[in-house]
Design a protein around this ligand. Structure first.
Ligand code: UDP
Length: 339
């Protein structure tokens, strides 16, 4: 606990989706900085065990609720003093969003509209929002900067882009300031193993490879090996989840200091191929895994790499951890929590 500041900074942050993967790492980063945190989460994909772990590290209140239930949400805002909101709660599976767009438009867009309404009604005017690189769609050049055209190719990306536009309009009309972060591929777990990635089912590359090292078959499927890349497999920019969480704290401080509505990529400027990630995972786990080559996954572009210079220049953010560290912490988390 020593490295966690006392709650001398009494600012209280409402974190929607704080029981989930990225949200929980952000809560830890806030607690380290002495913020009080209120988690609002419906636990549809987040976990009560995560909330209970977080409670050991600072002042955390938890409200189980759904953003679609406006009256409950508004009651929570009335009960507590909220200085700012960090908004993670959303459905986030691309494939599912194509099959069931209604779920995504209702949950993500209507849920956020309710959240913004409650904020305005209770005079809360600062929000940090988790957007996605999926709003850029098929890359027209790489690395991708924030000027890249916005052309999402699936309903998930559409919902995030709609919300970004809504936030722009709310700023102009109501003075609601936002920082929107466009995440690239988030990876790793916190270095102490307090929280980590826990999706059911797991669809992401690194936890899937690592899980296969524990299974009897020890097989792993690569989706496509004839992309126009150095080794034929897709290239992605893997940003460490603790580095990503730090950016949210910086964004809060930026808004607290009067910073204007803005949007930033969060990535590392470096790309790694699926095969490279796979090799590193084998190395860290010390096990060989059999690879099966499958068809390309629909909607997977060959290369997605961020240009992160804007976040560096304006927020002073600097990602520090390498992919190897993300895989190591993910592996440790997987071992502790083998399910
Ligand atoms: N991928 C893969 N096998 C898997 C899961 C993912 O080859 O079992 C590839 C996927 O095609 C993509 C990369 O790994 O190129 C990262 O996928 P992930 O689902 O982790 O993140 P996304 O890029 O979809 O946000």
């Amino acid at each position: 606990m020593a490295e966690y500041k006392d709650d001398n900074n009494k600012k209280q942050i409402l974190v929607t989706g704080g029981a989930g993967y990225i949200g929980s790492h952000c809560v830890l980063a806030l607690l380290k900085q002495g913020y009080n945190v209120v988690i609002f989460d419906n636990l549809s994909t987040g976990h009560i065990e995560t909330v209970n772990s977080l409670k050991k590290y600072g002042n955390v209140d938890f409200y189980q609720g759904d953003l679609l239930n406006y009256s409950y949400l508004n009651t929570v805002f009335k009960q507590i003093a909220v200085d700012a909101v960090i908004h993670f709660a959303a459905c986030s599976q691309v494939g599912e969003s194509v099959k069931n767009p209604q779920k995504y438009y209702i949950n993500n867009v209507c849920g956020t509209l309710n959240l913004l309404k409650a904020m305005l009604e209770n005079n809360v005017k600062k929000i940090v929002f988790s957007s996605t690189a999926a709003i850029y769609g098929e890359p027209q050049y790489t690395p991708i900067n924030e000027e890249h055209p916005l052309n999402p190719i699936n309903p998930y990306g559409q919902t995030k882009l709609m919300i970004e536009k809504i936030m722009e309009d709310y700023d102009k009309a109501y003075g609601l300031s936002s920082v929107r972060f466009r995440y690239f591929n988030v990876a790793g777990a916190d270095s102490k193993g307090i929280v980590g990635e826990w999706h059911e089912p797991e669809t992401h590359l690194i936890p899937k490879i690592l899980a296969s090292t524990h299974s009897n078959e020890r097989t792993f499927e690569i989706y496509g090996n004839n992309y126009k890349t150095k080794d034929g497999t897709c290239i992605r920019d893997y940003i460490n989840v603790e580095d990503l969480a730090e950016a949210h704290v910086l964004a809060l401080k930026y808004l607290e200091n009067g910073g204007k509505t803005n949007f930033f990529n969060l990535g590392t400027n470096e790309g790694s191929s699926v095969k490279e990630v796979f090799k590193l995972c084998e190395e860290i786990a010390g096990k060989k895994i059999n690879v099966i080559i499958r068809q390309k996954r629909e909607g997977d572009p060959a290369i997605l790499v961020a240009d992160n210079s804007k976040a560096k220049d304006i927020l002073g953010w600097q990602p520090e951890k390498k992919l190897m560290q993300s895989i190591k912490t993910a592996y440790k988390w997987g071992i502790i929590n083998a399910r």
